[in-house]
Design a protein around this ligand. Structure first.
Ligand code: WTA
Length: 691
């Protein structure tokens, strides 16, 4: 196998791994006929009936194809028009797209200037000051509160002025660690207003993870809340921040919003300020700072193949265009729509489809602070009924979990306001898709299974509500400007035609793609642009079926997806080996009916380690991962083993571990590379006893 080109100091990415996983995905592909389940679902007639619904922006496959073809054949005209139509530019652009994947220098609208907060607030507040921008569906039912566009603009300006008074200027980074409250969006937009780059850290991350992200981005200011609430439980948000800041001497200011208003919240008078004491004193007008289209709007950390999280950097112009265009076309947004996305603001779905997408189009977005089963399993559906939500967007995990609890919870509620229901974050199995379509959508809504990633910024493969005939489990066809290729994992050759499975790659730059990794452009190139020259490598495997539909098969690298949360196996391994008794750790994803994948860890102990109580040890190891990464990364199973299967050069063979946890120990394949085959037999025996 030819060595891959690597930048000095970087570990080569091994295609071997991709190849193995694609082979496994082939094995798991459903038998023919099932890969291509009939019937194909047509667009529900109700959506195309003007008496019942606003006419979709795209109403036929022919119209989609014409626009799609133009987006590839004449991208300058297509994206130029779209960018002028959907966004407000303080300085019009004359250039559209430049640069290549290979050189890593892609730019869009390079000489244009705009401000994201103006696009999301001012232009709507001027036209419809009283229109609702954000509905906050609080943790306790019945306590929803809303903010109009005008109110939101005034508060964003006050916070922006406060940030200026802290000494922040264009290009500085601000960390945001907040629960699911509108102040998170206010903080993000306040940064955008003055050209600061926000770095939102999901509030489920531990103090250690938060500290790592604050240091990596060199954030000198943190915006947070006293406490969070989730399903009736209280989360000590500010305490976690204080813990993290012990390691971050660079942080000079912490702005804290009193959300629960609890007493006894730690407060450092030289560093901390309370939102309610300082924000209201600020002037509610702040001149927006125009930024270049290519200036970063935000960075967002995500997990990759190696342990260290990557700060994915998004541009202002291209990113905003991508999210505005997909809310318009993929969710078929119309004036007056109420967009209910249940994602947390700390993930890319929250950035694109809670904040920037809906607000850039001037529709209403719903911040859901709770969990789907609090106080009972009709919570989502009650929320849809109460706020007359028109687009509902959630993850397959939630759909699968709610499906198990029965239809009654859904049937109690009036869901007639819904037109589009979306799924994101992991492959959705046809059973879950059908339930979503029939029980939630009553067969009267478009189901959009949207495939995308933190790095793509916006949906890239997805049905469109008014035209795409869907197959349950398939993300269907590329969005405008997206050219899909399925590559042979090993050779990198494009697999043409129908019925092929390989790695999913994209063939040309699109506006919302990530531009770099903060502080590490070489890593951006080695991760995405160099594995297959001339392509963007997604890290996923995919099949193109006989009708040209794309089926996403899951990750082919060392990333696992648990409840739609993306985790790196090596990140979890690094957390485990920090435990004193642990010698080695190997983590693989196991299939899970609800969470998609679950985390399964194998550990070996140091010879001198004295462990009497292995049950206690596994508990301690789970706590260790929770402390270092966060509760959402807790392993579901930890197996303490004598030895791990390795190659002669000492590399752990994860393929075998994956097979063993999948219960496929009888088809382990070629074991000739295993240095001590006996290890495998012992392992299989142990796992069979445990699982
Ligand atoms: C997976 C989330 C199948 C995929 C927006 C991808 C999906 C990773 C889908 C990105 C889908 C996302 N069908 N798989 N509709 N959507 N994925 O960065 O493996 O948190 O690479 O972005 O989620 O996760 P991320």
């Amino acid at each position: 196998q030819a060595a891959l080109p690597v930048t000095p100091g970087q570990t080569p990415i091994e295609k071997q791994v991709f190849t193995e996983q694609v082979v496994d995905q082939f094995a798991h592909a459903r038998p023919e006929g099932e890969v291509d389940p009939k019937p194909i679902h047509s667009v529900p007639a109700r959506l195309l009936d003007p008496a019942q619904c606003p006419t979709p922006h795209i109403t036929s496959m022919e119209q989609y194809r014409t626009m799609y073809d133009q987006s590839l054949n004449d991208p300058d005209t297509f994206w130029g028009n779209m960018a002028r139509d959907l966004l407000h530019w303080s300085r019009p652009f004359t250039q559209i797209t430049n640069g290549t994947f290979e050189d890593g220098d892609v730019s869009w609208f390079a000489d244009g200037e705009l401000n994201a907060s103006v696009n999301c607030l001012d232009r709507h507040a001027q036209r419809h000051p009283d229109r609702i921008a954000i509905i906050h569906e609080a943790d306790e039912p019945g306590q929803a509160r809303s903010y109009t566009y005008k109110e939101l603009l005034l508060e964003v300006c006050r916070v922006a002025n406060l940030l200026i008074s802290f000494g922040l200027r264009k290009g500085n980074t601000v960390a945001i660690y907040m629960p699911m409250i509108p102040q998170a969006a206010i903080a993000m937009l306040a940064c955008a207003r003055i050209g600061c780059i926000h770095s939102v850290v999901f509030a489920g991350f531990s103090a250690d993870s938060l500290a790592e992200r604050i240091l990596d981005a060199n954030s000198a200011v943190v915006i947070t809340a006293d406490e969070g609430r989730r399903g009736g439980r209280v989360i000590p948000t500010k305490r976690i921040v204080d813990d993290a800041l012990k390691k971050c001497p660079n942080v000079k200011r912490v702005l804290t919003f009193a959300h629960t208003g609890a007493t006894g919240i730690p407060f450092n008078p030289t560093r901390d300020v309370w939102w309610h004491e300082v924000v209201s004193r600020q002037r509610p007008y702040c001149a927006p700072v125009p930024v270049n289209a290519e200036d970063p709007l935000f960075l967002l950390y995500t997990s990759g193949s190696t342990g260290k999280p990557k700060g994915v950097v998004h541009s202002t112009g291209g990113y905003l265009l991508g999210v505005a265009a997909t809310v318009k076309y993929v969710f078929d947004a119309h004036d007056g729509d109420i967009f209910g996305c249940t994602a947390d603001v700390g993930w890319i779905t929250g950035h694109s489809y809670l904040v920037y997408g809906p607000l850039s189009l001037g529709i209403t977005t719903v911040f859901f602070e709770s969990v789907p089963t609090y106080p009972d399993a009709s919570r989502y559906w009650k929320m849809v009924e109460d706020h007359k939500i028109t687009q509902f967007y959630t993850a397959p995990t939630a759909i699968r979990a709610l499906r198990r609890l029965g239809d009654d919870w859904v049937n109690q509620c009036d869901l007639s306001s819904l037109r589009v229901i979306g799924s994101v974050g992991e492959p959705i199995n046809p059973e879950a898709w059908n339930w979503y379509n029939e029980v939630v959508g009553h067969g009267r809504c478009a189901v959009v299974d949207t495939y995308w990633q933190t790095e793509t910024g916006a949906n890239v493969i997805t049905p469109l509500p008014g035209c795409t005939r869907t197959k349950p489990g398939s993300a269907t066809f590329p969005f405008f400007g997206i050219e899909v290729a399925i590559l042979d994992a090993h050779t990198g050759q494009e697999l043409e035609g129908p019925d092929v499975t390989g790695v999913l790659a994209l063939k040309r730059p699109w506006p919302a793609m990530a531009r770099t990794i903060a502080g590490d452009h070489p890593r951006y190139l080695t991760t995405y642009m160099h594995p297959y020259r001339g392509y963007y490598f997604s890290g996923d495997g995919a099949t193109r079926d006989a009708d040209g539909y794309i089926w996403i098969r899951g990750r082919v690298d060392d990333v696992i997806n648990v409840s739609g949360h993306r985790l790196s196996t090596s990140e979890i391994e690094s957390a485990l080996v920090l435990y004193p008794a642990v010698a080695e750790a190997a983590v693989v994803g196991a299939h899970d009916d609800v969470t998609g994948q679950s985390i399964c860890a194998f550990v070996t102990l140091k010879p001198q380690a004295k462990v009497d109580d292995t049950i206690q040890l596994t508990r301690d190891l789970v706590l260790q991962v929770r402390k270092i990464i966060g509760p959402f990364a807790s392993p579901k199973a930890i197996m303490i083993v004598d030895d791990l299967p390795k190659t002669r050069s000492g590399k752990i063979i994860r393929r075998i571990l994956r097979k063993v946890v999948a219960g496929e120990a009888d088809s382990l394949g070629d074991l000739s590379t295993v240095s001590e085959p006996a290890v495998v037999q012992t392992l299989v025996k142990m796992v069979n006893e445990k699982l």
